[in-house]
Design a protein around this ligand. Structure first.
Ligand code: NDP
Ligand code: OXD
Length: 312
């Protein structure tokens, strides 16, 4: 059985091979750039595969996304639509994302950016007052694996958390949740810190826009760790410049890498992280991939399969 991998730098293949030796010793692991016969590939573990290449593997049985999102695969117009795509959702992904959102929320709550900027200028100026978690109503867009993990952690720390999703969702500990366009306005109007953990689909593209921001209370903040395509960049900048939005922590951009001349880099009220909210380690991804392949070979149902009708 052969697995082809395109994920990480070309040097990463050695580490992948090491991990698969532990979790699937019989698997023949080849790198995306190896000179192989396309007809020998059974499984593909990929992040942003070169458009058209997946369609050249006639024996391919399953596409495994190296991440939780699949937009980097389905943006290929030629991706083989008769195949299923398994999303990489592991316990570690959930923990890493939840901790990213918590870290960002606490940085915004305590205005850490201001202290860092003051330090850069060797400027000592006292804060007038402090806010604590209980003062900031967090609203999480997207209540999938990651949104629920973030909701649970932030709520434990004391943030009043609510969530919003497409259909009605049940949040842990009885936290309130809102559904669909009909309840979007109500959700936004009670949100001081908007967290986007949506997948990139036709209906979520550009959802972080001026109309959305206008429905938040003045002085609200934003964390976007979903996808760059969710943001209308000019609307984010306008909302920050007008003071309607206070601050933003942004992890994802369109395009990536964020171009050096983007005004987002230098905005005083933006914290930028380089798409690193969750990067599950190769050990866990190899273990999960090995398990998916075995389950698929046994003809069992697989979890977290991309649904083309929903777009996620
Ligand atoms: P899931 O598929 O488990 O959950 C998606 C959630 O979004 C569901 O609650 C779904 O609603 C909701 N949703 C989808 N479309 C809409 C819509 N139009 N309106 C309202 N709600 C909608 O996704 P995950 O939690 O696993 O991952 C979410 C995303 O996080 C990924 O797709 C990826 O883009 C991003 N990500 C970012 C990372 C980073 O490092 N920055 C790392 C990993 C993922 P419903 O419950 O009704 O189905
Ligand atoms: C993912 C990501 O989708 O890292 O897993 O963005």
């Amino acid at each position: 059985m052969r697995l082809i991998i395109r994920s990480g730098s070309p040097r990463a293949i050695d580490e992948w091979r090491e991990k698969f030796k532990i979790h699937a010793p019989a698997l023949d692991v080849v790198d995306w750039h190896d000179d192989i016969d396309p007809a020998t590939v059974d499984y593909a573990l990929v992040w942003a595969p070169d458009p058209g290449r997946l369609a050249t593997f006639p024996r391919l049985k399953l596409i495994i996304s190296a991440g939780a999102g699949v937009d980097h695969i389905v943006s290929d117009p030629a991706w083989p639509r008769h195949l299923r795509i398994a999303r990489m959702v592991t316990p570690r992904t959930e923990t890493e994302m939840a901790e990213y959102v918590l870290t960002s929320a606490l940085m915004l709550t305590r205005d850490v950016k201001r202290a860092i900027d003051q330090q850069a200028r060797r400027h000592w100026e006292l804060y007038d007052s402090l806010r604590v978690a209980a003062d900031i109503r967090v609203g999480i867009m997207g209540l999938g694996h990651l949104g629920i993990a973030a909701a649970r952690l932030l709520s434990r720390v004391g943030f009043p958390v609510a969530g919003w999703s497409r259909g009605a969702s049940t949040l842990p500990d009885g936290l309130p949740s809102y559904a669909g366009q009909a309840q979007f306005g109500e959700f936004l109007s009670r949100t001081d810190l908007l967290v986007c953990l949506l997948p990139a689909t036709e209906s979520t593209r550009g959802i972080l826009n001026r109309d959305t921001f206008a429905q938040l209370p003045r002085g609200a903040s934003l964390i976007n760790a979903g996808r760059g395509a969710h943001m209308v960049t000019q609307d984010v900048l306008d909302a920050l410049n007008s003071g309607h939005l206070h601050q933003a922590v942004l992890d994802v951009f369109d395009p990536e890498p964020l171009p050096p001349d983007s005004p987002l880099w230098t905005h005083p009220n933006i914290i930028i992280t380089p798409h690193c909210a969750a990067i599950p380690d190769r050990e866990e991804r190899a273990r999960h991939t090995a398990w998916l392949i075995e389950a698929n070979e046994r003809g069992e149902a697989l979890p977290n399969i991309y649904d083309p009708a929903r777009g996620y």
